[in-house]
Design a protein around this ligand. Structure first.
Ligand code: NAD
Length: 351
């Protein structure tokens, strides 16, 4: 018996959820979808599922056990609460809400009803992220202290509702939430300071090119950047650890690890080295024989594992991959980043 599922908001992501489930997760059966646009409802019908004629008819359907919400961000809170109150388990798209207060309201209803409420943080299953996770856990880099994570587009605009404040648009809530969630999943330590530069270069109402810094209690510093006008990209990841450096260039996961050889300690000589930038000891290239290059590990991952976890949660009582505590921590950091940008100062915290 499959879990009966319905989708609210059948646009880009809603229809992706449908296709993805149909192709990869037989344990979940998508019965239908509701969208405020007639055209989107028609697409759902053409794709072979029931196009509900109202939100109420979807929520009143006693067969539906699980609902995924994939509307613009400002509707998430009310729709999550309505679906939980109608007795449905709920997956919400990211960003779950516009701030931590709204999220708390949903979590209260989820606790009261005892139903599943979680968020589609699919980028925890991205191959580049899983590689970084594996390399750091292996210890090959030693203690990671600078972690740069960047996504740099070049098409300038934020598409459609993403450019509007009312809809919860802007880069921090769109891609920022993914990169922050990854970083806070990666580093097992509280965030003790944040700093944000949120520029609006092409999209007047919202931030579109942003740089964020998160400092963790264990000393790790994460630098996140999201751009819409970058014509020469920096690596997707650049990580400095006490024993090595790692680069993942792109989503195809080209990259490498350079680490110090176990016996690669340099005998420091006092000689100045003459480089193209003039004489320097500190910045001169390290002798090649003191280092070794390692390939990035091969990692298999698939986004459908997100839904496989949901099936395990609903059928076998497993723990959800994305928990309320994690969601609240991320939204508190997002709240503080907005404050930091508005006030033009870094903020300390313990999140
Ligand atoms: P979209 O504009 O393509 O689709 C949104 C759909 O929601 C539209 O069809 C619209 O008609 C419908 N809609 C609007 N208000 C509604 C309402 N009140 N009730 C029902 N339907 C409503 O947007 P999208 O790119 O699909 O984004 C939707 C959500 O998915 C956003 O929260 C976005 O952040 C998220 N998203 C997540 C990922 C990811 O990788 N996890 C990727 C893209 C988008």
């Amino acid at each position: 018996m499959s879990i009966v599922h319905a989708i609210i908001g059948y646009g880009g992501m809603g229809s992706w959820h449908h296709r993805s489930l149909r192709e990869h997760v037989p344990a979940i059966h998508v019965k239908g979808a509701w969208d405020i646009r007639e055209e989107a409802r028609q697409k759902a019908a053409e794709a072979g599922i029931l196009a509900y004629d109202s939100l109420e008819s979807l929520l009143d359907d006693p067969e539906v056990q699980l609902v995924t919400i994939a509307t613009p961000n400002n509707f998430h809170k009310d729709l999550c609460i309505a679906a939980l109150r109608a007795g449905k388990n709920v997956i919400c798209e990211k960003p779950v809400t516009l701030n931590a207060q709204e999220l708390t309201e949903i979590i209260d209803v989820a606790r009261e009803t005892g139903l599943l409420f979680t968020v589609h943080h699919n980028r925890r299953l991205d191959r580049d992220y899983r590689i970084v996770q594996e390399v750091i856990a292996s210890g090959v880099l030693g203690r990671p202290y600078f972690l740069e994570s960047k996504v740099q587009g070049s098409r300038r605009s934020l598409h459609g509702w993403r450019g509007h404040k009312l809809n919860g648009g802007g880069m921090l809530l769109d891609w920022g939430i993914h990169l922050i969630d990854q970083m806070m999943d990666l580093i097992d330590s509280p965030v003790v300071a944040v700093d944000a530069h949120l520029l609006s270069i092409y999209t007047p109402e919202v931030d579109d090119n942003i740089k964020l810094t998160l400092t963790f209690e264990n000393g790790a510093v994460a630098m996140l950047e999201m751009a819409t006008n970058c014509l020469i990209n920096a690596p997707r990841w650049h990580i400095s650890g006490t024993d090595g450096t790692m680069v993942v260039e792109n989503w195809e996961c080209d990259g490498r690890i350079m680490r110090l050889k176990p016996d690669g300690e340099m005998a420091w000589e006092d000689d100045i080295v003459y480089t193209a930038a003039g004489p320097t000891r500190t910045m001169a290239p390290r002798p090649a024989h003191t280092m070794e290059e390692l390939p990035l590990p091969q990692v298999e991952t698939h986004w459908s594992d997100y839904y496989n976890n949901i099936v395990d949660v609903l059928e076998h009582g497993a723990a959800p991959m994305v928990t309320h505590d994690q969601l609240l921590r991320v939204m508190r950091v997002v709240d503080l980043l907005f404050e930091s940008a508005a006030e033009g100062v870094g903020k300390s915290c313990h999140i």
